[in-house]
Design a binder for this molecule. Structure first.
Ligand code: UGA
Length: 429
């Protein structure tokens, strides 16, 4: 099939590369010339394990193309995926990029095409898109489909190739048949194809993200309670997860959810509730609880340091919102690091992606290896759960005698740390 991905950011690029790997001819377009030039040379602008190999393989086979020519890419394609950004403006989803793309599609509708929203868009956006595209001239020339993505950063290729489910929302049998054919290789491998209405597909995406965010927030609050009564939240999560109705995933306590999706999507869902006069009180309190987590963590760090933060060396291991990505969006480190620096601490950080990040504060230093970052640390904070932080010999990596470790991801066993006489603190234990 001939496919066009409009927007070559995270979603468009990963999905486009994966669709081309299934044998389709895919053109990824973007208005950013520099990105398209790089992609044509096989240079990937984002950090995603396995993506470079996938892009290079399909570039070579000439099944994957990159272009800035949006009009001709639309005209030669059968399925157009809209993958542009949907940022939040005043807690509402800003659809200006989506709408601009739809207007361009409208003026290039030379034959029947399926227009698919992959970008996360509020429920009823598909109706708005169909209304824009509608005209006497365009009768029977298009179907608008919602096909939300469920890719996790850092694991996006595996999530695409082995999906739990492919959700396709459309009221058109013709579009559904074509979409099913497109996804057949993944369905054959066990991915469940779920055909539903367009509005349902749109809401499934938000409801899924909000539910996962709720699970995380729930366990984080239980962790707060565990700290008060001296029990281990990991045991609670295992005990709960053994009930198949609950499930064990997304019950890891930590610094709170971040990233480009959960914070944005939970807020947008609350705002959708408001538009449709429905009080989504659970989601609202999840948003509040996650926002408040920053204060809890800051107080906990002060307590660990006996309220003496000034002139202390604090080392962060990992600053991104999760491992396997270089994405800093809504990472808890973005608030914690400047707050500690304002309290007079010297912050060092090591980042496995090898990238120096921007923090709006002073006395913050980036290191290229763990040892140099931890050498003079009074406190080591394990912020992101990269594999390379899972077996550290803390006594060897720091010269300070009375150093402390705050493990925000519960990577180490408390009894092991006690045995090794390490001043160790974690979450909910
Ligand atoms: C999330 C969803 O998991 C994807 O299914 C969805 O497609 C994507 O958003 C999206 O809407 O595009 P992602 O943001 O890449 O994917 O990351 P997650 O792995 O879901 O983690 C989100 C946040 O929750 C991270 O800050 C992570 O550290 C935190 N988390 C996750 C926990 O604190 N505990 C857990 O048990 C799991």
């Amino acid at each position: 099939m001939k496919i066009c991905m409009i927007g070559s950011g995270y979603v468009g690029l990963v999905s486009g590369a994966c669709f081309s790997d299934l044998g389709n001819t895919v053109t990824c377009v973007d208005i950013k010339k520099d990105i398209i030039e790089k992609l044509n040379k096989g240079i990937i602008p984002i950090y995603e394990p396995g993506l470079q190999e996938l892009v290079l393989r399909n570039l070579k086979k000439k099944r994957l193309l990159f272009s800035t020519d949006i009009s001709s890419s639309i005209r030669k394609s059968d399925i157009i995926f809209v993958c542009v950004g949907t940022p939040t403006k005043n807690n509402k989803t800003d659809l200006k990029y989506v709408i601009n793309v739809i207007k361009t599609i409208k003026s290039n509708l030379n034959r029947y095409k399926i227009i698919v929203t992959k970008s996360t868009v509020p429920v009823t956006t598909g109706d708005k898109i169909a209304k824009i595209l509608k005209s006497n001239k365009n009768k029977n020339k298009f179907d608008v489909v919602s096909n939300p993505e469920f890719l996790r950063e850092g694991e996006a290729i595996r999530d695409f190739q082995f999906p739990d489910r492919v959700v396709v929302g459309t009221n058109s049998n013709k579009a559904n048949k074509i979409m099913k054919k497109l996804y057949l290789p993944l369905i054959k491998k066990g991915g469940r194809y779920f055909h539903t209405s367009r509005r349902s597909a749109e809401l499934i995406k938000y409801a899924s993200n909000a539910f996962l965010a709720t699970k995380i927030t729930f366990i984080n609050e239980i962790a707060n309670l565990c700290e008060k009564i001296n029990i281990d939240v990991k045991e609670i999560a295992i005990g709960m997860g053994l009930d198949e109705r609950i499930g064990s995933r997304f019950l890891r306590a930590g610094p709170g959810y971040g990233g480009s999706c959960f914070p944005k999507d939970t807020r947008a869902l609350v705002s959708t509730g408001r538009i449709f006069n429905t009080n989504l009180s659970v989601v609202k309190s999840v948003v509040n609880s996650n926002d408040n987590r920053f204060n809890l963590l800051l107080n906990k760090i002060s307590k660990i340091m006996n309220n003496k933060i000034k002139n202390k060396n604090i080392t962060f291991l990992g600053v991104t919102f999760k491992p396997g990505t270089d994405d800093m969006r809504e990472s808890s480190s973005l608030k914690l690091i400047p707050a500690l620096s304002r309290k007079g601490a010297y912050i060092n950080y090591y980042e496995p992606t090898g990238q120096k990040k921007e923090f709006k504060s002073k006395n913050i230093n980036f290191f290229e290896n763990i040892r140099d970052a931890c050498k003079y640390a009074d406190l080591i904070i394990i912020h992101t759960e990269w594999n390379e932080f899972k077996q550290l010999n803390f006594k060897k990596i720091t010269k300070k005698k009375n150093f402390k470790v705050f493990d925000m991801r519960n990577l180490y066993s408390t009894s092991e740390m006690k045995k090794n006489k390490i001043n160790y603190f974690s979450i909910g234990r």
